[in-house]
Design a protein around this ligand. Structure first.
Ligand code: FRU
Length: 496
């Protein structure tokens, strides 16, 4: 039986979605059917398709009562809306169906594990957060009658039942299940805890996988934990981070820890830490394993601190997901590449080699807002280092978004202050990018209202959204000094 609240949401979104023309959305970045989205949830491959659920308020373009929206895709780029999967319609989740994940059961059903939220003592009370389950067929999901499956009584002494959320579930080779969940241990803040289950329904506390110990922000949200290239990787999104050099500038940021599990597979220690993304808009990444073995990550392409200043209220949708990215580890660091499925949508190749950039330069055929563009730069004369190189895009007489590189500082900067915003929120971010043999390689993916810059073959990524009028399609280059540049540019999805 589908609950009234879910039926209502499904009817509402159907109408709302029909009112949004496809031109008003990015071409291949997932946006909510209508209303608001934040975290990606339940990212999975199930019944021969990728499924992506998302934190969703269909009724307004602001965060409020959380539902799970639902889309599917064959190629991770063309998303089809399915009916809203879950509404906050049970006593244990009436204040929100918060983030979670998905796994396929041996009987072919799909299990969703999520955080149910109930406010203690009414609207202004504190959250009671518990872990809940729903089972379905890829379209309709039924909440488990014994929900919640994990609550405060499953937590060791001292761990917060108010901050206990975002289960990421997986199946072990022996058919049993594990999940990691974020919580708070008050004196030293965030921790990730590990649970186990024989069947996905009955859960047992195992261990503190890792605790923050005051190092990275406060509460750790949205953990993900997996093996990659012989290491274990923990991704999570710490709230309230302090910047550390060029790392962790986003307030609510993202953290990647690379290391090892202990012999008992209960504790994780890290050898390396880094931000997942060095731009402005990136939070709550979640990964899945593709059938061909690739570890693919998608994240919310937004920054919590700027949502209410980006004109959300005036739009019919707000919030988008990043391009899905393939993850690998090289030299102990996390590398990211755009999923290779994107290559099939490249067309209208325009290529220039050894172009001298000095002052401002435009090149015939280089423009557009749905673009995949690879640029390699080096000094024209090795003995005369240039002072600055830049590319302007989403540009016309009024607007431009800028990516610039200063070789003397080894810094790459994204700057969106002239990108349609009338507000003074954060518009710039810099990242430390040492040149490799004198060269810097940049791959820029533009999809109308965002740029994702993959630096030096994916060693770093900088992501930012902007609101520039879609008519601003210009792309040009500038250099203080002399730069030699190779460029290959494609339109994406050009058939439209
Ligand atoms: C992260 C987060 C999660 C929570 C969800 C609620 O962005 O705060 O911890 O489950 O959003 O929408």
């Amino acid at each position: 039986m589908i609950n009234q609240k879910l039926l209502f949401a499904r009817a509402y979104e159907k109408e709302g979605c029909a009112e949004i023309p496809s031109e008003a959305r990015p071409r291949f970045h997932m946006t909510p059917c209508v209303g608001w989205t934040n975290d990606p949830n339940g990212f999975s491959f199930y019944k021969n398709q990728y499924h992506l659920f998302y934190q969703y308020n269909p009724y307004k373009t602001v965060w409020d009562s959380m539902h799970w929206g639902h889309v599917v895709s064959d190629d991770l780029l063309n998303w089809k809306y399915l009916p809203c999967a879950m509404a906050p319609d049970e006593p244990y989740d009436s204040d929100g169906v918060f983030s979670g994940s998905a796994v396929e059961l041996p009987d072919g059903k799909q299990l969703l594990m999520y955080t149910g939220v109930l406010k203690e003592g009414g609207d202004h009370g504190k959250d009671i957060q518990t872990q809940c389950i729903a089972v379905g067929d890829g379209l309709d999901y039924h909440k488990y009658e014994n929900n919640p499956v994990l609550d405060a009584s499953d937590l060791p002494e001292g761990m917060s039942r108010n901050d206990f959320r975002d289960p990421k579930i997986w199946r072990e080779a022996d058919g049993t299940y594990r999940c990691v969940i974020g919580t708070r241990i008050p004196e030293k803040e965030g921790a990730i805890i590990l649970f186990s289950s024989p069947d996905g329904f009955q859960w047992k506390y195992e261990s503190i996988l890792i605790r923050n110990d005051g190092r990275f922000g406060l509460m750790w949200e949205c953990p993900d934990f997996f093996e990659l290239d012989g290491k274990h990787v923990l991704l999570c999104s710490p709230q309230d981070m302090l910047p550390d050099g060029f790392e962790y500038h986003n307030g609510n940021g993202t953290l990647c820890l690379i290391g090892q599990m202990d012999g008992e597979r209960k504790h994780f220690s890290y050898e390396h830490h880094q931000s997942v993304d060095y731009g402005i808009d990136f939070y709550a990444p979640q990964t899945t394993l593709a059938p061909d073995g690739r570890r693919i990550m998608i994240a919310w392409m937004q920054n919590w601190d700027t949502c209410d200043q980006q004109g959300a209220q005036e739009r019919k949708w707000f919030g988008q997901m990043t391009l899905p990215r393939e993850l690998t580890i090289h030299n102990g660091r996390l590398y990211q590449k755009p999923i290779r499925e994107l290559d099939q949508y490249r067309s209208n190749k325009v290529e220039y080699k050894n172009v001298t950039v000095e002052g401002n330069v435009t090149l015939p055929g280089i423009e557009g807002r749905i673009v995949d563009m690879e640029i390699t730069i080096r000094p024209k004369d090795k003995d005369a280092m240039y002072r600055k190189f830049g590319v302007w895009f989403a540009q016309n007489e009024k607007f431009k978004t800028t990516l610039s590189y200063k070789p003397y500082e080894s810094t790459l900067k994204i700057d969106r202050k002239c990108s349609g915003s009338r507000r003074a929120y954060i518009h710039q971010r810099r990242s430390l990018v040492p040149a490799k043999n004198g060269e810097v390689k940049l791959r820029l993916i533009l999809d109308k209202f965002s740029v994702e810059v993959f630096v030096n073959d994916g060693e770093q990524v900088m992501t930012a959204t902007f609101m520039t009028d879609i008519a601003a399609k210009g792309i040009s280059f500038f250099a203080d000094g002399q730069v030699e540049m190779d460029i290959t540019k494609y339109d994406l999805f050009a058939e439209e």
